[in-house]
Design a protein around this ligand. Sequence first.
Ligand code: PLP
Length: 369
Amino acid sequence: MDQGREFGDGTRVVHGGHPAPEGGTPLLPGPVFAAPYHLGETGPSGDFYGRAGNPTWRALESAIGDLDGGHCVLLPSGMAAISTVLRALLGVGDKLVLPSDGYYATRQFVTDEMAELSLRVREIATPGPWTVEVFAGARLVLLETPSNPGGDVCDIAELAARAHAAGALLAVDNTTATPLGQRPLELGADIVIASDTKALSGHSDLLLGHVSVRDEELAQRLLRARTLSGAIPAPFETWLAHRSMGTLDLRLARQAENAAALVDALDGHPKVTGLRWPGWSKDPSHELAARQMRRFGGVLRFELPDRAAVEEFLRRSELVVPATSFGGVHSTADRRAQFGDPVPEGFVRFSAGCEDPADLVADVLRALA
Ligand SMILES: *Cc1c(COP(=O)(O)O)cnc(C)c1O
């Protein structure tokens, strides 16, 4: 695809990373599983060993990198993406700013697996307060917006400028938004990280992650880290994610339509409090989200009175399955307190799937009745 031309999102996810049409060749070539490649004249790919390079990775990296607006490095999971960035950038005694309300495993990785670096870790909630002291002396500031599970939003452009002024790099965990929902690199971030296990692949059948960066040298460093650590993505999962990404635009549109319909139906419901979705005009984050996001996706959250009320809701629903993770074609609900998130017992992260809006709303209201 001519990457210089500005095609729309639907076109870009369908065509991104696919080879130029040539008679007798497949539209989407199958996955390449090779460990060693024939040596000799290797041609432009330079492939010689499967841990160092693979055409199936490069095809998806080209598609995602084009959307993110940077050089993409695929990794075998979202946590592999996060841990690779943290390990590559942080040294002994460095200051790291982390979201206190973001993905729990990121905080756990820093505490449990990076203890030997004696990092100075400053945790802060996504809405702030982003005081001068937060940035002072920081090496890396990691944002997660919208945050998982709370759905709070922070201003990427403003915080990137402030991080840079303090001499820090700014990274954004863009998992909940996907590259169609938000382009952090265009807003001034240095690094975008995502779990493609969620909406990007979107069928609840694989784990994958990626990092995209603007700086070519940093991209080379992350590639080297992947090759030497040996934590490489599987070619089959990579291929399956590429195939699945073709419908990302359609899936996100239906998920957002379902989220909007659910928010409408749940607004003012006697059992429901704390309803949040960045796409909702009444959400405290909406104004900022509308300014920096391109679309809102299907993840909302609300609270029921207690744990029993959530369990009853999930028992009675025919369409909503209890599951962690989000962004798949099936609607799922996750009572986050069971995984140790600092939220109330009745807190539900709801991932609107691709069911018919009328069916989903009717099912949720029936299950809550
Ligand atoms: C799921 C998730 C991750 C971790 O991704 P895995 O693919 O499960 O390793 C990281 N960040 C956020 C925001 C997530 O939702």
